[in-house]
Write a protein that binds this ligand. Sequence first.
Ligand code: NDP
Length: 499
Amino acid sequence: MKPDLSDLPGGKLYIGGEWRTGNGSRIRSVFSADQSLNREFSGASQQDGLDAIDAARHAQSDRDWLDLKPHQRASYLHAISDGIAANIDRIAFIQSRDTGKTLTEATALAQSAAATFRYFAAVCETSDEALTTPRGDYLTFSMHEPLGVVAAITPWNSPIASDAQKIAPALAAGNAVVLKPASWSPLVSLELARIIDKTGLPKGLFSVLPGSGREIGNLLVEHPDIAKVSFTGGTGTGREIARKAAEKLMPVSLELGGKSPTIVFDDADIDLAIAGILFGIFSSSGQSCIAGSRLFVQRNIFEQFVARLVEATERLKTGHPHEADTQVAPLVHVDHRREVETYVAVARQEGGRILTGGDRPSDANLQAGAYYLPTIIAGLDNRSRICREEIFGPVLVVLPFEDEADVIAQSNDNEYGLACGLWTSDFSKSWRVARAIRAGTVWINTFKQFSISTPFGGDKASGVGREKGRDGMRAYMRQKSLYQDVSGKPHPWARWPVS
Ligand code: NDP
């Protein structure tokens, strides 16, 4: 069921299991396809944040929650998954309004969120504790316990998926979660609160605090009752959070930015490569942490490959996110488009040649939206600013390379290490190169495929820790070791009792 605009969530915050009007700074969610207002409301104040943390602490330490058996806790996650699955169209519509994403992509993200809760319900029910190998007359157990109250801080580019990737494993592990969504895209997180509320999850275990990152994000990071911050966002913000976490000696998971290389060898299946590269950089209008934004093509096929890529790019449909054939939707916000435009201007100043795009579309129907054409730039060095910094828009830089050693060196010559895609028909070469690239994920003859069971995260400035996979739940737990004597004899060192 799609909501009409009057039915969009927003207006109220979800704190400690209650809906209340916020007392903080104003939040404006705008549909970037035409600048129409989705919702404007007061976000969380410091007091709202403190109340959410307090409610979370109480709910998490309640024996009724702590003593639930894993299969009982899992039943809440199944209920959340079912709630999302029953509302896919509605969630997709809200997310599309909030971010400008196509309905197709927003639908896929909603489906993946449902799958994430289902997956972590299964992980919760099936994770075993270990009986470790003893070195004496005792049994040794390695157990996992919840951390307490976890703060999840998420960005605007795929909110429902990023939210689920944090909330599901954290609840599965027995924590309480306080979620702070991005200020540009708070609505889908509030919709998730509506769904979670209906499952009967004990009040306080989940709260949503739309609000400014500097105020509310910072409050969560610094608060002594927050036991972990799971953050997805920019590398600069991630560094700031890590510094504050170090003061508290608090664990963090940081999923940060990227400048991922894609590599086409001269023996690649060209059609496979072109389709993968287009999807890798231009889907989500390039607003993807794993966007393949630096393309290296082997020099002997460079000219003809790039010509075909440009031709394929010019066939992509830039259009309204609710039209079924749209491939490139508007950017999230006109302010963000301004940043992308600044980067393209820098590329021009640095001597880059714009092979296609480099502008807003001329279509009269798209003038009100934050649209930007898929753009390909050549003629720059891998050390140029455009090749070093994350643009987070539909902008691809193409560069030639000589051989394996050269492309490995150029790919790794970047502060980020999130992902990489490579295309070759040589199996051995693909494995050699994949192993030599510093990146959390490498795709071979494909790109941007995701499985909830496969760990995801960054290397170097792209992050710390991994999400997803069976170990994804353990990232929200602390380990405890138990020793149980089985000898029944006093320790000999004490020489006691005296016989
Ligand atoms: P930001 O780092 O600006 O914001 C992310 C979140 O952090 C928002 O909720 C923001 O709130 C909040 N925040 C901002 N400042 C602080 C602070 N000082 N303390 C605590 N929280 C704060 O990133 P963007 O929203 O611009 O998102 C884009 C970035 O996210 C890109 O770099 C992208 O690569 C990265 N990303 C990484 C992914 C990964 O898995 N590796 C996946 C998706 C995106 P507010 O909105 O109010 O400013």
